[in-house]
Design a protein around this ligand. Structure first.
Ligand code: HEC
Length: 134
C-alpha cells in the first residue's frame, strides 16, 4: 500500500466512525425528545394533551386509573406544583417536559389555573418553568 492509500483508508475510517456517532446521537435525541406538541395556547394544549385523562371539564375520572379533578383544585394555588408535575410527571401522570417548551408548559399551567373554577391570577412565566427543569 502506498502512503496515500493508507491515509485515505484512515480518513475513511474516521469518517464512518463520525457518521456512526452522529447517527447514534440522532437516535438518542429522537428517543428522548420523541413527540413534541405544536399547540401554543393553554386552551389548545389542554384540549390536546390534558383532557384525555382529566376530561374536557377537568373534573377527572375514575376507571382503569384515577385522574384527579383539576376543577376548583386548591393544589393549583402554588403555580410551581402543576409546573413540576407537567415537567416531571408522577405515577400515572406522564412527564411532558421533553414534549413541551417552557412557554407551552407555562401556557397550559396558566390556563388550568384560571379556568374550571380556578381563579389564580398570578401567572407563571416561561422562566419559572426553565428554573423548575433542574
Ligand atoms: C395519561 C393521563 C394524563 C394526562 C395526559 C395528564 N394527566 Fe395530569 N394527572 C394524571 C394522573 C394519573 C394524576 C395523579 C398523579 C398521582 O397520582 O400522583 C395527575 C395529576 C395531575 C395534577 C395534580 C392534581 C392534584 O390534585 O394533585 C395536575 C395539576 C395535573 N395532573 C395537570 C395536568 C395537565 C395540565 C395536563 C396536560 C398538560 C395533564 N395533567 C395531563 C394523568 C394525566
Amino acid at each position: 500500500m502506498t502512503r496515500a492509500s493508507i491515509s485515505a483508508v484512515a480518513a475513511l475510517t474516521l469518517l464512518s466512525a463520525t457518521a456512526a456517532t452522529g447517527q447514534d446521537n440522532a437516535s438518542r435525541r429522537t428517543f428522548s425528545s420523541g413527540y413534541r406538541f405544536v399547540e401554543m395556547t393553554g386552551e389548545e394544549l389542554f384540549a390536546n394533551v390534558c383532557q384525555g385523562c382529566h376530561m374536557p371539564d377537568a373534573t377527572g375520572a375514575t376507571g382503569a386509573g384515577t385522574y384527579p379533578s383539576l376543577a376548583g383544585n386548591k393544589t393549583l394555588e402554588a403555580g410551581s406544583y402543576p409546573i413540576f408535575l407537567i415537567v416531571n410527571g408522577r405515577r400515572g401522570m406522564p412527564a411532558f417536559g421533553d414534549m413541551m417548551n417552557d412557554g407551552q408548559v407555562a401556557a397550559v399551567v396558566n390556563y388550568v389555573r384560571t379556568h374550571f373554577g380556578n381563579d389564580f391570577q398570578d401567572a407563571v412565566t416561561a422562566k419559572d418553568v426553565q428554573d423548575a427543569r433542574h
